[in-house]
Design a protein around this ligand. Structure first.
Ligand code: SF4
Length: 64
């Protein structure tokens, strides 16, 4: 169970970090998002699914 960002697709729109700030941060150098946790609770997985639905690039991968 995990959520991650395909940084080759991410365009740094920040929508994921606004939708789920407990799960995503943005890199200072290129503005791309990354997942800031290593332990994925059911709540974080749900937040990841919600954020994935907001990402215009479909760069968020949710693995159940
Ligand atoms: S919403 Fe998608 S494209 Fe935008 S920063 Fe998040 S992962 Fe990247």
């Amino acid at each position: 169970m995990r959520v991650y960002v395909d940084e080759s697709i991410c365009q740094g729109h920040t929508l994921c970090a606004m939708a789920a700030p407990e799960l995503f941060d943005l890199r200072e150098d290129d503005g791309h998002a990354y997942v800031s946790v290593t332990e994925f609770t059911a709540e974080l997985m749900a937040a990841g699914r919600r954020a994935a639905s907001t990402c215009p690039e479909q760069a968020i991968v949710v693995e159940d």
